[in-house]
Each structure stands twice: as C-alpha cells, then as structure tokens.
Design a protein around this ligand. Structure first.
Ligand code: GRF
Length: 190
C-alpha cells in the first residue's frame, strides 16, 4: 500500500478529511512546522506519527528539509500531500519527490496565488472562485493542475460564507483527487 505524509501547519480540517476518507493508502506521518498547531491533536487522536519542527531553529531550509527527508525515508513514504503547509518546498524535498508532491489551494489558480486566497477573491468581487489541486514545483502555487472546481460567490455572501463553501468543497475534492492519482499510478505499474 502507498504511504502518505501530510504536511500541515494549522487547523488541519483537510488532514482530518484525508484521514477519514477511504483512500487506498495509509497516512503514516504528519509533518508540521508550527509546533502546537491543532492539526497535531488530530494526528495524535488518530495514532499518526508527528514530525514537528520550528524552522527558525535550523540555519537554512536545506537543513530542516534534510531532517524531514530522514523522517520520510525512515517510513518509506511515497507521496507528500500538502494541506495548509505555509511554505515553499525547497530543492532538497523537490528533487527526491519529483512529481510526488500535491498541494491544495483555495482559489481557481492561476488567480489569487499566495496568502489569503479567499480574502483576495472576496476583495476582488469575483462571482466565482473555487479550489485547485496541483502538483508542486518550485513556484508559489504553480505546477501542473490535477483538479479544479468552482464555487459561486453570491452578493449576500460574507467572507466567512465563502470560506465555508470553499472548505466544504476541499474536504470532498482532496481525498477524491488523491485517490484518483493513486489509482492512475497503480494502473501504470501493473
Ligand atoms: C486550506 O484552505 C488549503 O486550501 C490551504 O490552507 C487551508 C488549510 O486549512 N492551502 P485546514 O488547516 O486544512 O483547515
């Protein structure tokens, strides 16, 4: 069975939806760069190993990514799933997991990359935003798109309404898309 490490830094609602979904893979590690984030409690409750680190305790990104890499290798992790990991992935992880890192972003990329995508869309008064799932490359929310779905923004919607709609879609689309990618890989090796 394929082994997944989820990278998350915050609340972890997407982490939870992945844990609860029926994916043909095991989630064997949470990588968290915000020690104490709520997502760690979710991992503990589900008996999932946690590697938690504080970037500022390392001299460089390469140093903490080497440490992450050791944790991934030790568990034979195949796939990295980013779910609210608020950092760019550096060359250390990218070179070892090329084409094996997936991210979810709460907008229809290439619109509204970067921080607070929901706020950016809301402030721009767009009528449609959505969710994008893509392979990760060295850029900020760039990389080949795997799946994308729209969310309508109504006149009466507050930013919180938009956030609720987008998160509900994320919790459905992320597990489905990861299952789809895994099924494709399984077909290609068989
Ligand atoms: C999600 O909206 C995801 O798209 C973005 O970060 C957020 C994480 O939320 N990359 P949560 O921690 O999974 O609740």
């Amino acid at each position: 069975m394929m082994k997944i490490a989820v990278f998350a830094s915050g609340n972890g609602s997407n982490f939870q939806s992945l844990v609860e979904a029926n994916i043909d893979a095991s989630i064997d590690l949470l990588v968290c760069d915000k020690p104490g984030a709520y997502v760690e409690q979710r991992a503990e409750k589900n008996g999932i190993d946690i590697f938690s680190f504080s970037a500022k305790k390392f001299p460089s990104k390469a140093d903490f990514e080497e440490k992450i890499l050791a944790e991934l290798r030790q568990r034979n992790i195949d796939l990295l799933v980013l779910a609210g990991y608020m950092r760019l992935v550096g060359p250390t992880l990218l070179s070892e997991f090329e084409g094996k890192i997936i991210n979810i972003h709460p907008s229809l990329l290439p619109s509204f990359p970067g921080l607070d995508a929901i706020g950016q869309a809301f402030d721009a008064n767009v009528k449609v935003s959505g969710v994008t799932i893509h392979f990760v490359d060295a850029g900020m929310d760039t990389g080949p798109i795997i799946a994308q779905e729209p969310v309508k923004i109504e006149e009466k919607d507050t930013k919180e309404d938009v956030q609720r709609k987008i998160q509900a879609l994320e919790h459905d689309l992320y597990p489905k898309t990861i299952q789809h990618v895994i099924s494709q890989w399984q077909r290609s090796v068989n």
